[in-house]
Design a binder for this molecule. Structure first.
Ligand SMILES: [Zn+2]
Length: 378
């Protein structure tokens, strides 16, 4: 024990050396060689294209999606083939078909199940497996370049494809870990809604510049964080009569399968459209409390009201109601307010119109917060 000499603190400071080069100096050449070698070890057919990565970070997508795509592109997602390489134990087959080894190319593109997703989606991609495969990276590079394209249709298709990839991944995880059946329509619907929201926000926010600024990216993050699995989504809307002030407010709740699980309506007098929309948000939160779930996403199409509920300033006339709504929602373990394009809020809009008309002309109570199914013709 006496042999051990403690090095005095005056010894030269530690320094970083680059182990790939003889004199420990980091040079671009050795980094490149290292990356090239590593790639061969991982058995990749095509190399990392740094222009594609530039497209990725410039694409008008929220950062959780960019991170996911980066992992997919760099082959670091914990897929079956990667785990098998590391000699891990478990089932490495594709959870969608249970027939083939789960590789990124198979899971995201060439599996029969996934090919049907692509084909039925709005982008209608035909993934051909009989021809020479394009390879995962080549495909992703192409679609990423669409995302930053000036061509509006190409940009829409690219964004849509990125969301589809993400929802395919989520469906795979739900199936693998929660034994929840993967639902093709749900993947297609959810990715379409999210892609359209994303594009809408960028169009509104950065009409002048081609690429999103950090400012617009931050506001995007805030508007569309990732929806937690198992949240109930409640969409709300108001129908406001400018002449009389009478307002119909409606909220419709659906679970993560897209099935309706409750609805609520109320008729009241509002001072202006802002007060009407904020009143609808209250109906939505009250419905949430009625449903006794603990994780909610509330979606409305009035941007000012959503921003206010997310914590931004709002007109003083709405302040009291906003505080009330925020305190009502504190009983939920997770509660988020998202903005949604009017196009996707049609159901809540029709129900609000119905409420304004019907509750004014009949003996129905002025407020109905019970879970109820409204007539199918609505
Ligand atoms: Zn498969």
């Amino acid at each position: 024990m006496q042999e051990i000499v403690v090095r005095p603190a005056t010894a030269p400071a530690d320094k970083m050396i680059w182990a790939m080069e003889r004199f420990g100096k980091l040079t671009v050449k050795t980094v490149y060689a290292y990356l090239k070698n590593n790639e061969k070890e991982m058995g990749q057919s095509s190399s990392v294209n740094y222009i594609a990565l530039k497209h990725l970070w410039a694409a008008p997508l929220p950062s959780y999606l960019q991170m996911f795509l980066w992992k997919l592109y760099m082959h670091v997602l914990p897929l079956g083939d990667r785990l098998a390489e590391k000699n891990m134990k478990g089932d490495f087959s594709c959870p969608f078909c249970n027939r083939e080894m789960e590789t990124a190319e198979h899971l995201f593109f060439t599996c029969d199940w996934t090919r049907a997703v692509w084909f039925c989606s709005q982008v209608g991609l035909r993934i051909n497996t009989t021809q020479q495969p394009h390879g995962l990276r080549n495909r992703i590079e192409l679609y990423l370049s669409w995302c930053t394209s000036k061509d509006r249709d190409q940009c829409m298709a690219g964004t849509h494809i990125m969301y589809l990839l993400h929802y395919i991944w989520r469906a795979r995880n739900e199936l693998k870990f929660d034994k929840r059946n993967a639902n093709r329509d749900r993947i297609i619907r959810q990715s379409r809604v999210m892609a359209d929201k994303c594009l809408d926000a960028f169009r509104e926010d950065s009409l002048s510049s081609q690429l999103p600024s950090n400012l617009s990216r931050n506001s995007l993050e805030k508007l569309f964080p990732e929806i937690p699995i198992d949240s109930i989504v409640i969409r709300f809307d108001a129908s406001y009569d400018r002449n009389t002030g009478w307002t119909g407010a409606a909220a419709i709740a659906s679970n993560s399968e897209g099935d309706m699980v409750g609805a609520a309506v109320r008729r009241f007098k509002a001072q202006d459209i802002g007060a009407a929309e904020m009143g609808a948000a209250e109906v939505a939160v009250l419905l949430g409390r009625q449903l006794k779930h603990d994780s909610y996403v509330f979606e409305g199409d009035n941007l000012d009201v959503i921003k206010a509920l997310q914590g931004a300033a709002c007109p003083w006339t709405l302040e009291v109601l906003k505080t009330h709504i925020n305190s009502l929602s504190q009983t939920f373990s997770s509660c988020m307010f998202f903005w949604i394009s009017r196009i996707y809020n049609g159901d809540a809009d029709s129900l609000a119109k119905w409420a304004n008309h019907q509750l004014g002309n009949s003996d129905l109570p002025k407020c109905m917060l019970d879970n109820f199914c409204f007539p199918a013709h609505l």
